[in-house]
Ligand binder design. Sequence first.
Ligand code: BT5
Length: 264
Amino acid sequence: MSEELDAEKIRLSLSTRFLGQRIVYHTCIDSTNLAGRRLADQGAVDGTLIAADEQTAGRGRLERAWLAPRGTSLLFSLILRPQLEMRLVQGLTMIAGLAVQEAIRDGYGLPARLKWPNDIMVCGRKAGGILIEVSSTGHCLDYAILGIGLNVNLSPHTLPPEFHATSIQHELGHPVSRLQLLQRILAHLEKRYAALLRGHWPMHEWAAALETLGQRVELRTAGEAIQGLAMRIDEEGALLVHLDSGEMRRVVVGDIAATHEIAP
Ligand code: BT5
């Protein structure tokens, strides 16, 4: 399915009131997150959606690259200006992951799960990621750029095998409409965002969606490699790991290098 997107098509498909009230669409851009930052610094409205067919400098965390052959993926960012304290920014990662999970699961019946802290997993492989970048003054948030990359009609063989990637098309056996998937994600996200702003903290739902909890993990954090059992997350979304040494470690920023199921 070759589905060309543009701002007008996206505008007509959306069922949201607030997210996507302004839409900027690029056939090719460096990164929708970078474009979002530039627009936000120029005063773009809350809820502005920036989407692209291709990125020349798509990014993950820690300046890692996000790769997506042209036209295969959903690549988009939202400018959000919530009245949130900085320490609550993790809530945006939680609602974004949950919204994508719901859209994939309810829309296509695929078993989508989340991997701490920001991966979207389908059938045990990485199908997407979330990148939140913020601009702040003191403890207060000026704006957040919420970026989502999702492998939709992508052949995993076009990506390096060490990514352990998959896509919706690969798991379903047929391509799906990126437009419809975007519409679904934003509809779920808008509901969850409104709830977050009303003070509903989605920690328990997020914990239930994480495939990471209860698994043995090998983690890279602050230049150190640690191993242990992923026990739970705390209020701020940090991962609590019971290390083999017996110590309980709270990990705020890190990457899970490998996970192992615990035998029942
Ligand atoms: C992420 O980072 O997973 C967040 C990715 C967010 C990308 C979106 S696209 C729209 C918006 N604009 C941007 O510039 N970025 C956002 P991280 O956890 O750091 O994972 C990055 C790692 O995922 C890479 O180092 C690769 O190992 C792997 N990776 C890269 N591209 C991938 C893909 N298409 N599918 C699966 N894994 C991939």
